[in-house]
Design a protein around this ligand. Structure first.
Ligand code: PGA
Length: 255
C-alpha cells in the first residue's frame, strides 16, 4: 500500500488524475471504476483539462461507477448518473454507451445487481478503481458491517451516511434515499489497481482506521490493506490522525 500525503485538495486531485491518465494513455480501451461525492470532483476537473488541453483520449474507454441510489431516475439532479454526466462525461470524448452506472430504477433490483457484475466481467475487469471514503469508513455504499467478500447488491444506508448526504437534498434527511445499489467489497478488491482519496479533517479518523487500523468489517475501507496495488492519496487535514510519516511523492519518483 502506498500512502501519499499532499499539501491540499488541489494537489491530491492533480496527482489522482495523473494516475488515471497514465492508465488511459497506456491502454486506450481501459476500464475505469469511478466514484461520486465531493472528493473526486477535482480529479474529474483535471481529467477534463487534460482532455481539452492535452488531447487525453477517452473514445474507447469504458467506465463502471461504484453505486447509485435506489429510486432516483437518471435525470434527478442527485442521481449518480446525473452527477457523472455533469462532472465528467459531458466534457470528454467518452461514448455514453460505454459508461455504466447501476440502474436504481430497475424493476428487478436483484437481477440488475447480477447483470452489473456480469458486465464488469465481460468488459475484462476494472483496471483502476477510484474510491472515496465515508466518515464512518464506508467505501462505495458498503457500510460498516458489510461482508468483506460482498458482491454488487442492495444496501440500506446508515443514518450517518444519510445525514452526511442530506446536504445535497436541501438538508432534509427524509429526502435522502434509504437504499442504494453498490458494488460489493469483493467486487472492488478485484480491480487491478485502487486509488483511495480523502480530503478534510472529517475524514481523518476514517483514514487512520483504514490505513493503520486492523482489517475489520466495522471499517470497510480497511480492506484495502489486502490489495496488492493500492495508492491512498490525501491532503494534510485527512492525514492529521495518522501515526506514521508518509511522503508526498510515490516511490518510483523518489529513487
Ligand atoms: P464525499 O463522500 O466524497 O462526498 O465525502 C465519500 C463517500 O462517502 O464515499
Amino acid at each position: 500500500m502506498e500512502v501519499i500525503v499532499k499539501e491540499n485538495y488541489e494537489e491530491m486531485s492533480k496527482f489522482a488524475a495523473q494516475l488515471i491518465a497514465e492508465v488511459v494513455r497506456k491502454k486506450p480501451r481501459a476500464v475505469l471504476g469511478l466514484a461520486t461525492g465531493s472528493t473526486p470532483i477535482g480529479t474529474y476537473k483535471e481529467l477534463i483539462r487534460m482532455h481539452k488541453e492535452e488531447g487525453l483520449d477517452f473514445s474507447q474507454i469504458v467506465t463502471f461507477n461504484l453505486d447509485e441510489y435506489v429510486g432516483l431516475p437518471p435525470d434527478h439532479p442527485q442521481s449518480y448518473r446525473y452527477f457523472m454526466n455533469e462532472h465528467l462525461f459531458n466534457h470528454i470524448n467518452i461514448r455514453m454507451e460505454n459508461t455504466h452506472i447501476p440502474n436504481g430504477m430497475a424493476k428487478d433490483l436483484k437481477a440488475e445487481c447480477e447483470k452489473y457484475e456480469q458486465m464488469i466481467k465481460e468488459a475484462g475487469g476494472i483496471d483502476i478503481q477510484l474510491l472515496g471514503i465515508g466518515a464512518n469508513g464506508h467505501i462505495a455504499f458498503n457500510e460498516p458491517g458489510s461482508s468483506l467478500s460482498s458482491r454488487t447488491r442492495i444496501k440500506t444506508l446508515t443514518e450517518k451516511t444519510r445525514q452526511d448526504n442530506a446536504r445535497f437534498f436541501d438538508n432534509e434527511i427524509n429526502k435522502v434515499p434509504k437504499y442504494a445499489i453498490t458494488m460489493g467489497i469483493g467486487t472492488i478488491l478485484e480491480a487491478r489497481k485502487l486509488i483511495l482519496l480523502a480530503s478534510g479533517e472529517n475524514k481523518a479518523d476514517a483514514i487512520a482506521r483504514a490505513v493503520e487500523g486492523p482489517i475489520t468489517a466495522q471499517c470497510p475501507a480497511s480492506v484495502i490493506q489486502f490489495h496488492r496495488n493500492v495508492v491512498v492519496i490525501m491532503d494534510k487535514a485527512a492525514a492529521s490522525k495518522l501515526k506514521g510519516n508518509y511522503p508526498d511523492t510515490p516511490a518510483e519518483l523518489r529513487l
